[in-house]
Each structure stands twice: as structure tokens, then as C-alpha cells.
Design a protein around this ligand. Structure first.
Ligand code: NAD
Length: 339
């Protein structure tokens, strides 16, 4: 079995590669990643020498390079994690989101059509459903919830999802889609809420929280997401969408307070900043389908997962310090000023 994993030098893709190489010693995993600001080859250091692993630095938007890779590797499956993934950046510059998230998805699927594939899996997000009101805790996103996006990021992911379903219907491509809630865990790029707060707190820097921090997200430990995708690509029904969520809704502000407490830092570091434009209020996933069909359940409780995550950032300072001391600094200053 050969699987092309795109975006494997990023957060979730790298965790997925570790999971797959560990669980399936006879699988060949080929990582296709063009190493944008969010991709980091040092993340994959521990598997670079693994004979079952190959890294290829190319873009999923480069048709020629993608076709060449298919001719070399004859993949059985493609799992597409590659994306521009940060909502704030999509508000600043939507274009690259359309290129990578939509056009890149089409190029990958065209290669699958041309060379044949057992499964194309699209890693999508609960953000395609838009948001839910804070005063209706009874509402959840199911796979039947209409697509109703808020940001250029979520719109580009929704566009890709529609294209994936269209390739299934029109060309009979054997596809599956997963829509997951917010992930957290090791190798998470420090522009995202949890690693940003951990890194800033460790450096005694202000903790910038959007608006009043009331926005609610459903947090899932990254390993649980990887296990869900593993189940879907092996046992999921072709043409189906599966929601993945942790039943673990938390307000942003409460997450930040937990991080302060775990690190022994004062809550006075918390600074409220101007809210994100079009900020979604609440995401909440109903994962009944994947539970009933594939037996998946989240295994990591948030209280344990956040401790493990914080410990990882303490043990791997070099990894994130290298990132925040580089080009990322300019982005940070643009977003939050020189604090
Ligand atoms: P990430 O930003 O950490 O990593 C993205 C990776 O894709 C990087 O390694 C980057 O170099 C690579 N990439 C970007 N453009 C590329 C291109 N044109 N060609 C090849 N590689 C390219 O993202 P992540 O948080 O790991 O998210 C992975 C996927 O999961 C995305 O599709 C995202 O939409 C989805 N998702 C993320 C979350 C979350 O909480 N992080 C939740 C649900 C779904």
C-alpha cells in the first residue's frame, strides 16, 4: 500500500504520517509538501531515514510535478491535508487560498482519475458549516447541515469539498471527506490559538484574545483526528462525508485561562484585541455517523491532552522558537503590534 500524504510537513499531516508509519510498518508513505511558511521539514526529522518514507518538495497546484509523482509512485490512496489553513491570513490575502485549497485539490483528483486510485480522501473542516448561535447549545453540525461559510478560508475549503463530491458523481472517483473540529497537539504552528498562548505565556508576553474571548470551539486532540482518518480511508463508505468532533466545546477565554494555570502564569497577561472580521461564534460537531458506522470515539480527554501538549512545547522549545524568531515575527507584529 502506497499513500501520498499531502501537507505532511504541517501540523495534522505530520501527526498522521507518524501514526501511519507506526501502525502500518508495511505501508509506503510519500509526503508531498511545498513547504510554505506553515510547513517545516524539521517536523519530519524522525522519519526521514525510514525506508518506507519519502519526502517530495512540490506544490499540489503543479500539475506536471503531481503527475510525475503518480508515475513514480503508483499510489493506492491520496490523503489531502495540504492547504492554506489560517483564517486570519485568508482575510488578508484570499487568492492563495483559492489556488491551493481549490485548484490544488482539482489537480490531485485529476491525477487520481488519470492514473487510477483506490481512495482519494479530502481533509476538510467543520468551518464549512458556518457557525451556530451561542444561545442554542442544542444545535450541532451534522453531515446534512447546509454549507454556509463565513471566511475566505472556509469558502475555499467548501469549494474544494463540492468539487470532491462532483468528481465522485461525474467521474466515479472513489472519494471520502472528513470535516473535523479544531485540533490541538504537538507541531501546531504558533499562529494558532493554543500554541500562540503557550509560546507567549512562556515568554511572559501578552496573550492576545479576540473580542471578549466568548467564541466557542470544539477541541480534539490531533491523534484522535488521525485515527478517525485512518478508519475512514480503510472502512469508510465511498462518496460519504464524515464529521469528526470531540464533544468538547470550550470558550477561547477558558482555554487561555487553563494555559495560564498550567504554566503558573498570571491571567493579567491576557489582553483583549479587536475581534476578527466575521468571527464565527460557535462550532459544534455531531460525530454520531462516524461513531455508528466506524466505531470511532475520541480517546483523549481535554484535561490530559492539554497537559501533554504543553509538555511537548516545553520539551521542544527549539522547534517553535526557530519559527517565531524568523519571518513569522513580521506577521505577528502586523496582527498584534509590537507586544
Ligand atoms: P498547516 O497549515 O499546519 O499545514 C499545511 C501544510 O500544507 C504545510 O506543511 C504546508 O507547507 C502545506 N502546503 C500548503 N500549500 C501547499 C501546496 N500548494 N502544495 C503542497 N503543500 C502545501 O495545516 P493543518 O492545521 O495541519 O491542517 C491540515 C488540514 O486539515 C487542512 O486542510 C485544514 O483545512 C484541515 N483542518 C485543520 C484543522 C485544525 O484545527 N488545524 C481542523 C480541521 C481541518
Amino acid at each position: 500500500m502506497t499513500i501520498i500524504v499531502t501537507g505532511g510537513a504541517g501540523f495534522i499531516g505530520s501527526n498522521f504520517i507518524f501514526h501511519m508509519l507506526d501502525k502500518y510498518p508495511d505501508y509506503r508513505i510519500v509526503c508531498l509538501d511545498c513547504l510554505t511558511y506553515a510547513g517545516n521539514l524539521s517536523t519530519l526529522e524522525s522519519v526521514m531515514e525510514n525506508p518506507n518514507f519519502r519526502f517530495v518538495k512540490e506544490s499540489i497546484t503543479d500539475r506536471e510535478a503531481v503527475y510525475k509523482l503518480f508515475e513514480e509512485e503508483h499510489p493506492d490512496m491520496v490523503v489531502n491535508f495540504a492547504a492554506e489553513s489560517h483564517v486570519d491570513r485568508s482575510i488578508e490575502n484570499p487568492e492563495v487560498f483559492l489556488d491551493t485549497n481549490i485548484k490544488g485539490t482539482a489537480v490531485l483528483m485529476d491525477a487520481c482519475r488519470k492514473y487510477g486510485i483506490k481512495r482519494y480522501h479530502q481533509v476538510s473542516t467543520d468551518e464549512v458549516y458556518g457557525d451556530l448561535p451561542l444561545d442554542r447549545p442544542d444545535l450541532f453540525f451534522t453531515e446534512e447541515t447546509p454549507i454556509h461559510t463565513s471566511s475566505p478560508y472556509s469558502s475555499s475549503k467548501a469549494g474544494a469539498d463540492l468539487l470532491v463530491l462532483a468528481y465522485h458523481r461525474t467521474y466515479g472517483l472513489p472519494v471520502t471527506i472528513s470535516r473535523c473540529s479544531n485540533n490541538y497537539g504537538p507541531y501546531h504552528f504558533p499562529e494558532k490559538l493554543i500554541p500562540l498562548m503557550i509560546a507567549n505565556a512562556l515568554n511572559d508576553k501578552p496573550l492576545p484574545v479576540y473580542g471578549k474571548g466568548e467564541n466557542v470551539r470544539d477541541w480534539l486532540y490531533v491523534e484522535d483526528h488521525c485515527k478517525a482518518i485512518d478508519l475512514i480511508i480503510h472502512n469508510g463508505r465511498v462518496g460519504e462525508v464524515y464529521n469528526i468532533g470531540g464533544h468538547n466545546e470550550m470558550k477561547n477565554i477558558d482555554i487561555v485561562k487553563i494555559i495560564c494555570k498550567e504554566l503558573g502564569k498570571p491571567e493579567s497577561l491576557i489582553t483583549y484585541v479587536t475581534d476578527r472580521k466575521g468571527h464565527d461564534m460557535r462550532y459544534a460537531i455531531d460525530p454520531t455517523k462516524i461513531h455508528n458506522e466506524l466505531g470511532w470515539l475520541p480517546e483523549t480527554k481535554f484535561a490530559d491532552g492539554i497537559k501533554k501538549t504543553i509538555q511537548w512545547y516545553l520539551d521542544n522549545k527549539e522547534w517553535w522558537e526557530n519559527i517565531i524568531s524568523g519571518e513569522y515575527q513580521n506577521y505577528y507584529e502586523k496582527m498584534y503590534g509590537n507586544r
